[in-house]
Design a protein around this ligand. Structure first.
Ligand SMILES: [Mg+2]
Length: 253
């Protein structure tokens, strides 16, 4: 019994020694290849991140977060406020109309902000944005207002956003709005192009068509049947996976 244990122990000691010796021989070679592979992967990621001079310009509402005004229409019980840029392409007209309705109902910034605090980004939006921001530069170009966007940007990990601002009275009444620039989405992609960037744009609505058409690649995302029908030449996607794949292809072009 004692001899059997001793022989078994001796066998494993020898087997261990052989294994250690083998690993010593193998490991430097394996380590060399694995180091080379890591460097290669890092280079690919670095190249990918800075591939070309691209900026992806994304719409906010309807693409990354639900429509703020539709959420507010539901919360306030004012169905007229469900009108969005999908229904009224003239944004100034739409905003003035919205402000009139708010005034009529005695509602102001606070009531809208209370609703916004209950809105979450669309499922998968944060993950999509995180992945996109790891491979290229991203700017959210929105016709919304800084007073509305703040809490949503926190939930999206503080991406860069270019938007507008509301004018409010001390009691919180929304008295007007200040658009950063006329036709801001198109103007912004043109400005980015003028400083050497190629833009890739995506949005869901009429007000996105300018930046989509002016970009090296543009995609409709979760758009309406009518907008898709009116723009049959623009690829239209419904999932973040499809949009990510399309943007990756455009980045590689
Ligand atoms: Mg939109």
């Amino acid at each position: 019994m004692g001899a059997a244990v001793r022989w078994t122990a001796a066998f494993f000691t020898v087997a261990d020694a052989v294994r250690v010796g083998y690993n010593r021989l193998q490991n430097p070679v394996a380590a060399m290849f694995s180091k080379r592979e890591t460097v290669r992967q890092n280079n690919i990621q670095t190249e990918e991140r800075y591939m070309g001079m691209n900026i992806v310009c994304l719409d906010l509402e309807g693409v990354l977060v639900p429509e703020i005004w539709i959420a507010f229409a539901k919360a306030s019980g004012i169905p007229e406020l469900t009108r969005t840029t999908r229904d009224e392409p003239d944004y100034n007209k739409l905003m003035n109309w919205r402000i009139g309705i708010l005034k009529e109902h005695g509602l102001g910034l606070k009531e809208i902000q209370d609703t916004i605090s209950t809105i979450d980004p669309m499922p998968g939006a944060k993950e999509f944005l995180d992945e996109l921001r790891s491979i290229t530069q991203v700017i959210i170009i929105s016709d919304t207002f800084t007073q509305f966007a703040g809490p949503l940007m926190k939930k999206l990990g503080y991406p860069t956003i270019f938007c507008n601002s509301l004018e409010t009275a001390p009691d919180g009444e929304i008295t007007g709005f200040k658009m950063r620039i006329e036709n801001s989405k198109l103007t912004t992609v043109k400005a980015l192009q003028s400083i050497g960037y190629d833009t890739i744009a995506s949005g869901d609505s009429h007000n996105d068509m300018g930046m989509i058409r002016a970009s090296k690649a543009g995609f409709l995302f979760k758009s309406t049947e009518q907008i898709k029908k009116d723009n049959p030449d623009i690829p239209a996607y419904e999932t973040y996976g499809e949009l990510m794949a399309a943007i990756r292809r455009a980045l590689a072009d």
